[in-house]
Design a protein around this ligand. Structure first.
Ligand SMILES: [Zn+2]
Ligand SMILES: [Zn+2]
Length: 116
């Protein structure tokens, strides 16, 4: 009879402990779910981009005018040459985050005149 009581007591204690453990776990879960929401947003931001090229545009930009000399029948002449930059602008779109990015690069430098 005494042993039964002890067992019952220990069972009650075990119950109490497990109850408090459950409560503590629950409190942790609330914190955790808050973190999970934050984590999800962070994960979304961390999601690698899905860049897809949507367009490529070329543009001719006058860069400079320079002079060069040529010899014609033993006479030194000065000529002007226009330097044009052929610029390429690529546009990418990322459907994961609904944003775009563009990159402009120099494709070619063109001299209007042939000269050395
Ligand atoms: Zn993105
Ligand atoms: Zn030139």
């Amino acid at each position: 009879m005494k042993l039964k009581l002890v067992l019952l007591m220990s069972f009650a204690i075990a119950c109490a402990v497990s109850m408090s453990t459950v409560e503590a776990k629950h409190a942790d879960l609330d914190e955790e779910s808050k973190i999970t929401v934050y984590e999800k947003e962070r994960q979304l931001n961390k999601t690698p981009h899905n860049w897809k090229k949507t367009s490529s545009q070329f543009e001719m930009v006058h860069a400079d005018t320079h002079e060069y000399t040529v010899w014609h029948n033993f006479i030194k002449k000065t000529r002007k040459c226009d330097i044009t930059h052929r610029m390429k602008t690529d546009v990418w779109y990322c459907e994961f985050h609904n944003h775009t990015k563009s990159e402009t690069s120099l494709e070619e430098t063109i001299h209007s005149n042939r000269h050395s």
